[in-house]
Design a binder for this molecule. Structure first.
Ligand code: FAD
Ligand code: NAI
Length: 473
């Protein structure tokens, strides 16, 4: 059988890989994508971590649990009460699985529409040959001159504490817990710790989060992190900072975690389930990097330059398997840019304007520099802040927590960072991203007409606050 030839082969069908494949095909390249993820029937489940055990299912559970929280604690303010409110966790999980499946199927449809050839199975480098690469795609061997590696990342386990996905859970098991645990422990108060901790706390679990660092959400603007810590504590999340986790024992009865708290006191946390969310490791398992000499760094990430070029001609790498933030939209942007570079265009990713969102309640979103970064870099800046408490739409919604904060260059007024904690922060941040991408000044946003009543008026007012001229506060 002759080897199938492609212009571009993408290994990995997560948000980085599938988007790269679609863009390459749109640009006229004969493109294949290889992905090994299996659904519960052994069939393909395109979309990677993001679709199967990441962004999409976590947001589905965050939505379901938030409805439950609203009905139990906040609807009464609107005059709506209900007796005998129950949560059917099995149904909630089934809905989440359905949402995942819709996304899996959507990508299959997109591959057909864009004429991307899909191989279900593992992709691995066999050899460099004839100015290109032989790649094993499941049971077949295929050939391409251009290869995009988008193999993603896996959850990092604590040394000597493997995930059993029954009591010691990665993000995968954390999204499949069959009933609300009475006591839930999480190690790591990062993005997954806070999102998954919020889901199970809303559903009634007693949640304790053990964080190694003494600072809460160190990468977030300090004023936002401070506000978030206050709110999460009030909601009942017990977040302990500066702990040192020791021995972890798990059995049928649950898990016990020995740790030393910030004061140096030895303690034990007994929980029914433990989620370990201490970051993720780039995934190159079984990729055959040694067969072609693809260079990895000491974290196991594929070494790439600013343009996602690896050390091998014609081999590119994108998304979680390379440097930079582990975010789906960062992976997608890199995928598009690489496909365009392969086609001779000038794909570009602006790393300064990649937004971050934490989907807790309130949501936290930001883009650009934090105040502490600007101070450390010695940049002269002006800050403007506006609370949702003074926003009409937020009052009508019944959610006035948080604020919008602008940081602008003291001389040029260029927006350097925008930080939001509050309702729909995930949606509001887009305006800030657009503004920064167009190098807008705070005054530009302040002078733009924003619909009334809308949460986006808080963004306009925060921009006005940079020049100390808010109208509604
Ligand atoms: P992945 O999505 O990991 O996809 C890689 C794919 O490659 C997988 O399907 C894998 O099976 C396949 N693969 C690996 N090796 C091979 C091989 N050798 N052969 C064939 N196939 C292979 N990011 C956000 O932006 N927003 C969020 O809200 C968000 N929420 C998250 C929630 C959780 C719980 C987690 C864990 C992550 C979340 N992320 C979120 C991060 C996001 O999921 C990742 O940044 C994103 O999935 C990375 O995309 P990727 O394409 O690089 O890799
Ligand atoms: P994370 O990097 O966000 O947080 C890990 C936390 O664990 C850190 O605070 C770290 O200090 C702490 N930690 C590390 N080792 C520890 C130890 N031994 N003991 C105690 N604490 C320890 O990683 P997380 O939450 O696992 O998520 C992984 C990545 O997935 C995120 O960084 C993000 O890129 C992505 N993600 C994005 C989401 C979003 O965009 N909304 C949602 C969830 C995940």
């Amino acid at each position: 059988m002759s080897t199938k030839q492609f212009d571009v082969v993408v290994i990995g069908g997560g948000p980085g890989g599938y988007i790269a494949a679609i863009r390459a095909a749109q640009l006229g390249q004969n493109t294949a994508c290889i992905d090994e993820w299996k659904n519960d029937k052994g069939g393909p489940a395109l979309g990677g971590t993001c679709t199967n055990v990441g962004c999409i299912p976590s947001k589905a559970l965050l939505q379901s649990s938030e409805h439950y929280e609203q009905l139990n604690h906040h609807f009464a303010d609107h005059g709506i009460t209900a007796d005998n409110v129950k949560i059917d966790v099995a149904k909630m999980l089934a809905r989440k699985d359905q949402v995942v499946k819709q996304n899996n199927d959507g990508i299959v449809y997109l591959f057909k529409k864009n004429k991307v050839t899909f191989f279900h199975g593992r992709g691995s480098f066999v050899a460099a040959k004839d100015g290109g690469y032989e790649i094993k795609a499941g049971e077949e061997v295929i050939f391409a001159k251009q290869v995009i590696v988008a193999t993603g990342s896996n959850a990092r386990a604590l040394p000597g504490v493997p995930f059993d996905e029954e009591t010691i859970l990665s993000n995968d098991g954390a999204l499949r817990v069959g009933s609300t645990p009475k006591k839930l422990g999480l190690i790591g108060a990062g993005v997954i710790g806070l999102e998954m901790g919020s889901v199970w706390r809303r559903l009634g679990a007693e949640v304790t989060v053990l964080e190694g660092l003494p600072t809460f959400l160190g990468a977030v603007d300090e004023s936002v992190a401070k506000e978030a810590a206050k709110i999460f504590k009030k909601q009942g999340l017990d977040i302990q900072l500066g702990v040192k986790v020791g021995e972890i024992k798990s059995g049928k009865a649950g898990v016990s975690v020995a740790y030393t708290d910030a004061k140096g006191e030895a303690k034990t946390l007994e929980v029914d389930k433990l989620i370990v969310s201490i970051g993720r490791v780039p995934n190159t398992v079984g990729l055959g990097v040694e067969a072609v000499g693809l260079q990895l760094d000491d974290r196991g990430a594929i070494v790439v330059d600013h343009d996602c070029k690896t050390n091998l001609p014609g081999v590119w790498a994108i998304g979680d398997v390379v440097r930079g933030p582990m975010l789906a939209h960062k992976a997608e942007e890199e995928g598009v840019a690489v496909a365009e570079r392969i086609a001779g265009q000038h794909g570009h990713v602006n790393f300064n304007t990649i937004p971050w969102v934490i989907y807790t309640s309130p949501e936290i979103a930001w883009v650009g520099k934090t105040e502490q970064q600007l101070k450390a870099e010695g940049v002269a800046y002006k800050a403007g802040q506006f609370p949702f408490l003074a926003n009409g739409r937020a009052r009508a919604l019944g959610d006035t927590t948080g604020f919008v904060k602008f940081l602008a260059d003291a001389t040029t007024d260029e927006i350097l960072g925008v930080h939001i904690i509050g309702p729909f922060a995930s949606e509001l941040i887009s305006e800030a991203v657009v503004a920064m991408e167009f190098k807008a000044s705070a005054e530009d946003i302040a002078r733009i007409c924003h619909a009334h009543p809308s949460l986006s008026e808080a963004t306009k007012e925060a921009a006005l606050a940079v020049d100390k001229r808010t109208l509604n506060f």
